[in-house]
Design a protein around this ligand. Structure first.
Ligand SMILES: Nc1ncnc2c1ncn2[C@@H]1O[C@H](COP(=O)(O)OP(=O)(O)OP(=O)(O)O)[C@@H](O)[C@H]1O
Ligand code: SF4
Ligand SMILES: [Mg+2]
Length: 315
């Protein structure tokens, strides 16, 4: 791996929910003790089922929400310790592309307004011809600048979302399921655009998806999350998984018929409630290899290994 641009150390996020007249509030850890780094120019994939904490991790990394524990360092500066003005200056080097281009673009804005906004937030003048250049960079004609988001197709809207993220020329972009709401053919075009932009602009990406097949196609290394914790980091896309959960995800993802993919349950067994995690391995109830040790003690992840696996009996 290249020198890290982002270092995430022992990051945790606790959410409290519920609580009312008769109910006590309940707490859960949406992100549990996550340690990771993203290299310069690297595409780090994060994969896991719905609710496993991918978006929470993404927001923590950009400090859009405050961590309960741990820290994030960006290019040598601890962003979890910055004052609000220093954080705002640092933010120009980081950006996020959201899953749903329909709700992430303000319908009242024209594309020119959308693309000028990052400059307004930073109190910077908009450079001449920048809107046209940004549209061109994501493959959209300059003539669209006066249009509103509802006049565009889903793929075009996501191109605008990408152009907005790149407006201030960041080094690092979090892509939170950027193609999940698009048709498969459009998805391929957006992934090709993202790959091209990475090469041309030397970007680093944190690419979030629940589709392990897509992550394997696009990413350099792959982080697998289960119930808020990292269970495995695949060092490349060719290495076979060693964690039983990754193995199960892989089998469900590579079912040849896409209609069957959704039908296949990765493994039987209940997912534990995040509000009441078992004392041992969180995957034990679904794992064919589970032993007494697994049910008693949580397996640790060796963050320094090239292929870390949090499992007592890996494949
Ligand atoms: N603001 C919040 N308050 C309380 N709980 C939250 C909050 N945001 C997220 N959660 C909970 O934290 C857990 C992780 O949510 P998160 O959105 O990070 O998952 P995800 O992996 O991105 O899921 P998806 O694939 O569906 O987008 C979920 O159980 C969710 O209900
Ligand atoms: S630690 Fe045990 S229960 Fe957990 S994944 Fe490994 S074998 Fe399965
Ligand atoms: Mg999410």
């Amino acid at each position: 791996m290249t020198a890290p641009l982002i270092r995430i150390e022992a990051l945790g996020k606790r959410f409290q929910s519920g609580g009312g007249l008769f109910a006590r509030p309940r707490a859960m850890m949406a992100v549990r003790d996550v340690t990771l780094s993203v290299g310069k120019g690297e595409v780090l994939g994060v994969v896991g089922e719905s609710g496993c904490g991918k978006s929470t991790l993404a927001r923590l990394v950009l400090r859009l929400i405050e961590p309960t524990s741990g820290r994030v360092t960006f290019d040598g500066t601890e962003i979890t310790a910055l004052s609000p003005p220093a954080l705002r200056r640092m933010r120009r080097r980081m950006a996020m592309v959201f899953q749903d281009p329909y709700s992430s673009l303000d319908p009242r804005y024209t594309l020119a307004d959308v693309l000028a906004e990052p400059f307004r937030v930073q109190n910077e003048p908009l450079p001449a011809n920048r809107v046209e250049a940004m549209l061109a960079a994501v493959g959209l004609p300059a003539a669209l600048a006066g249009n509103h988001p509802h006049q565009l197709s889903g793929g075009q809207r996501q191109r605008v979302g990408i152009a907005r993220a790149l407006a201030l020329r960041p080094d690092f972009v979090v892509l939170d399921e950027p193609t999940a709401s698009l048709d498969v053919s459009i998805q391929a075009q957006i992934i090709a655009l993202l790959a091209d932009l990475r090469d041309r602009l030397g970007l680093s990406y944190l690419f979030i998806s629940h589709d392990l097949g897509l992550v394997r196609y696009f990413c350099d290394r792959i982080v697998v999350m289960y119930l808020g914790a990292v269970v495995e980091v695949l060092p490349d896309t060719a290495t076979a998984p060693r964690h039983p959960y990754t193995q199960a995800l892989m089998e469900s993802n590579f079912a040849p018929d896409p209609a069957r993919r959704r039908a296949i349950e990765p493994l039987s067994g209940e997912i534990p409630s995040p509000f009441a995690l078992p004392p041992g391995c969180a995957f034990a109830a679904r794992c064919p290899r589970a032993s007494d040790l697994c049910r008693r003690q949580p397996p640790a992840l060796d963050g320094d290994a090239t292929h870390p696996v949090a499992c007592f009996h890996p494949l």
